[in-house]
Design a binder for this molecule. Structure first.
Ligand code: SAH
Ligand code: SF4
Ligand code: F3S
Length: 464
């Protein structure tokens, strides 16, 4: 049996001194890389907040990090493929630093769970509802113990955690988590669990903090924001939007994403009522065919959708519209695809996010079989992308000569002698700033549009 040696008092003293942690132990550094939707961007800020409270410094350089966390997406197969490639690449970082801890967070962590730990490189796997446990799991990983936490919660909203944001102009604020809609193609209800909302007060308080720290714009986030409900006060999403808009009148307020079934008159009227709620609605339609919408379990018809769009335009004629579309859903025919193009023709979206259907395990559509060949999906996708490019271009041409209120974001990426900003309707505007008298990043300034293509508008500042 191993027994401890009996030490003299001086030896004991020396030993104690020797055991004391070094007062100048360097702070461990965390690097987080984010994939997927804006909710993941905000979740990464929550994780940084949690880790910072536990003593980690945050770095934006992976090669100087002691901990690298990838916050991942599982919505389509190519999203996951990108993460596998990135993980392969992280091997080089681990070769250089054997003590490096690598973790996978987010929706792919939730979906693949312990399968990910089979990769030698991965030390921790944490799902979207377990971020409070990241410091403990990472701490153990430093002693060589791999760890996993992927339970979903019915209550976790991280209401009390202040996300650690990089200073900027625009902030993302999650107001709810999870999704109960179960569209048949979608993995999100499985990776994010059941719907639950933060309290109205906590959201409004966060917005005030953001305003006080210099943010000019906030986007309220949820998979389906119009299911928002403050359980204690029974306030709905329109109430929350109104409370936000009136509490921080100097900030622009946006939100995403809403579901066509629950796009209520009250919500549309609330948007119209406040100048600082941006006139921009992203309302994913997915398909223009009723038969496909039914198979997708989207719970609305094309007619209902178009009626909601008309209502939005009636109440807010200048409101910009965008959508998400999937091509090649199981059994989709040429006629179904034509119906989608017909719907695009009717609505005339300012923008659209368009995807090829990607079968996801566990979903109902998975069992329907992926029967549209990839080259047909590609051809249909190209067709709708081209359609959208033309419409976006035409709509942007209509803005020539108008004066838009632009929130200045900073130097243009392509040409640093120009500035870039966004209109209320979420369009990018590039403008010269040689006579940029006194304006700074974060100001909302009038810009006269003099040129536009399908993606960007160009203009000059209007001086008083
Ligand atoms: N909650 C949001 C969308 C979340 S996912 C909503 O309902 O609007 C973002 C978009 O990804 C979806 O709108 C859909 O167009 C697309 N998407 C989701 N699952 C997909 C899949 N299996 N294949 C292709 N696209 C998918
Ligand atoms: Fe997915 Fe549908 Fe929920 Fe959106 S509403 S996250 S598409 S299940
Ligand atoms: Fe992707 Fe999860 Fe968002 S699957 S789109 S990161 S909710």
């Amino acid at each position: 049996m191993f027994e401890l040696p009996i030490l003299t008092e001086s030896e004991l003293y020396e030993n104690e001194i020797f055991d004391l942690p070094s007062p100048i132990a360097p702070q461990r550094k965390l690097y987080v890389e984010t994939y997927g939707c804006q909710m993941n961007v905000n979740d990464s800020e929550i994780v940084k907040g949690v880790m910072n409270n536990s003593g980690y410094a945050i770095t934006d350089k992976p090669d100087e990090a002691d901990v690298i966390l990838l916050n991942t997406c599982a919505v389509r197969d190519n999203a996951e493929r990108k993460i596998h490639e990135r993980l392969d690449h992280l091997k080089y970082y681990k070769k250089r630093n054997h003590d490096l801890v690598v973790g996978v967070l987010g929706c792919m962590a939730e979906r693949l769970r312990s399968d990910l730990l089979e990769k030698k490189l991965v030390d921790v796997v944490v799902g979207p509802d377990e971020y409070r446990n990241v410091p403990e799991l990472v701490g153990r990983a430093f002693t060589g113990e791999k760890g996993i936490a992927v339970k979903l919660s019915r209550v976790e909203t991280y209401d009390d955690i202040l996300p650690l944001r990089t200073d900027g102009i625009s902030a993302w604020v999650s107001i709810m988590r999870g999704c109960d809609k179960f569209c048949t193609f979608c993995v999100v209800p499985f990776t994010r669990g059941r719907e639950r909302s933060r309290t109205l007060d906590s959201v409004v308080n966060e917005l005030k903090i953001l305003r006080d720290s210099g943010f000019k714009e906030t986007t309220l986030l949820g998979q389906n924001v119009n299911s928002y409900r403050d359980e204690q006060t029974s306030k709905d999403f329109a109430d929350l939007l109104a409370a936000c808009a009136s509490s921080v009148p100097e900030m622009r307020i946006r939100y995403t994403t809403s579901h066509p079934q629950d796009m209520s008159d009250k919500l549309i009227e609330t948007m119209a009522q406040y100048d600082n709620i941006c006139k921009y609605v992203h309302l994913p339609v997915q398909s223009g065919s009723d038969r496909i919408l039914k198979l997708m379990n989207r719970t609305y018809t094309v007619e209902h959708y178009l009626e909601r769009m008309r209502k939005i335009k009636e109440v807010m004629p200048n409101c910009a519209l965008s959508t998400d579309i999937i091509v090649g859903f199981p059994s989709e025919t040429e006629e179904d695809n034509d119906a989608t193009i017909e719907l695009m023709q009717q609505v005339r979206y300012d923008g659209a996010y368009m995807y090829k259907y990607s079968p996801r395990e566990k979903t109902k559509a998975w069992k329907m079989g992926d029967d549209v060949p990839d080259d047909v999906k590609t051809e249909r996708l190209n067709r709708i992308i081209e359609k959208q490019r033309i419409v976006s271009g035409e709509l942007n041409q209509l803005t020539l000569g108008t004066i838009e209120k632009v929130l200045v974001e900073g130097a243009s990426k392509k040409n640093p002698t120009e500035w870039q900003g966004r209109t209320d309707s979420n369009k990018i505007v590039i403008f010269t700033h040689n006579e940029f008298g006194g304006y700074i990043v974060g100001d909302i300034i009038p810009v006269k549009i003099n040129r536009a293509n399908s993606a960007t508008m160009f203009g000059d500042i209007v001086l008083n």
